[in-house]
Design a binder for this molecule. Structure first.
Ligand code: SF4
Length: 322
């Protein structure tokens, strides 16, 4: 076996912090917290306080991040969780090198409020740094109601920065959610978090992503989600189809074979040549999501970044919920 190098070597040397029945938590040294994205992404920087994600969604495309650490079996992504050990001073120093209006997205390759966060508080420590900042443009994406734990801190961050919080809710059907996202919080708990955050005056939206062809893409299904999101206080509702890269296929197709055998062939046709769906399906889905949004009075995205509007003001005052 070739010697381990880089991130794979660091992962192999990371001390074990704790072990549960199915999950082990390790610490991994991190020299950096902010990651620069490639051009044409909707954000310039990402922060992922953990590597791996215990929620274990069948469609998760982020499993490739464990492949970088020499773990090719897709399931280790959800059973070996690495908590990044990086001092807040590192983030403060890195922020000094960024422009204020650059968008920093928290939780793009793992859920920042997965169960590890209860134990290690890495996401909270990062938010504490942003609470000292001014004029930053931030977003958080999660499937977890644990985000509501930080409501006071999030309000503090949003006082002087533009903050949007995206709750992912793919279905209201608990059984389907359990199949697709085995260890993620129930949909009603996620919507409860939307309610808590919205009541606190925070800018919160719901994303039904990834929308799965022939499973969660009907107008009826999306309409029910959008209605529940609106009722909980969401301001915007996103919506994009499943992206099926190779690391996700290894898990997703066995899932289909077990639970939706009749969909295996249609999915092979849809995703035969690429991880992306064709433009025809995407255009039709876009229109469907827009109809649903219009019906429930939801925006397509968080409020735009307009610092001149809120200089010296509180975000909640400028963008009232109702
Ligand atoms: S919550 Fe997100 S990162 Fe975690 S397993 Fe699901 S899709 Fe992947």
């Amino acid at each position: 076996m070739p010697p381990l190098i880089g991130i794979a070597k660091m992962a192999a040397q990371g001390p074990l912090l704790e072990a549960k029945a199915q999950v082990e938590y390790f610490e991994i040294a991190a020299r950096s917290i902010l990651n620069r994205t490639k051009p044409n992404m909707p954000f310039e920087w990402t922060i992922n306080p953990y590597r791996g994600c215990e929620f274990g969604c069948q469609y998760c495309f982020a499993r490739y991040t464990h492949e970088f650490m020499g773990m090719e079996d897709g399931r280790t992504f959800e059973s070996k969780i690495y908590s990044k050990a990086a001092a807040p001073e590192i983030l403060r120093a890195e922020l000094r090198t960024t422009k204020r209006d650059e968008h920093i997205a928290i939780g793009t390759a793992t859920d920042p409020y997965q169960p590890a966060e209860r134990r290690f508080g890495r996401t909270r420590a990062i938010l504490e740094v942003f609470a000292e900042e001014k004029g930053r443009r931030l977003s958080i994406t999660t499937k977890s109601d644990l985000v509501a734990r930080d409501v006071d801190l999030l309000r503090e961050v949003a006082r002087r920065n533009v903050l949007s919080i995206n709750l992912t809710v793919t279905t209201l059907n608990r059984r389907l959610a359990r199949l697709m996202e085995p260890r993620a919080p129930r949909p009603d708990l996620r919507l409860g978090a939307v309610h808590t955050l919205a009541e606190a005056g925070l800018n919160v939206g719901v994303f039904p992503n990834p929308i799965l062809p022939m499973i969660t893409d009907s107008e009826e299904h999306l309409d029910a989600l959008a209605g529940a999101a609106r009722q909980a206080g969401a301001q915007y509702f996103g919506g994009g189809p499943l992206f099926l890269m190779s690391c996700a296929r290894k898990i997703f197709f066995p899932f289909l074979e077990q639970h939706y055998p009749k969909l295996v062939q249609p999915y092979r046709r849809l995703y035969g040549h690429s991880g992306y769906l064709g433009p025809g399906y995407k255009a039709e889905l876009r229109e469907r999501v827009q109809r649903v949004r219009d019906r429930h009075g939801l925006a397509s995205a968080p409020v735009e970044y307009r610092p001149e509007l809120w200089e010296g003001e509180e975000q909640g005052t400028l963008f009232p919920l109702h």
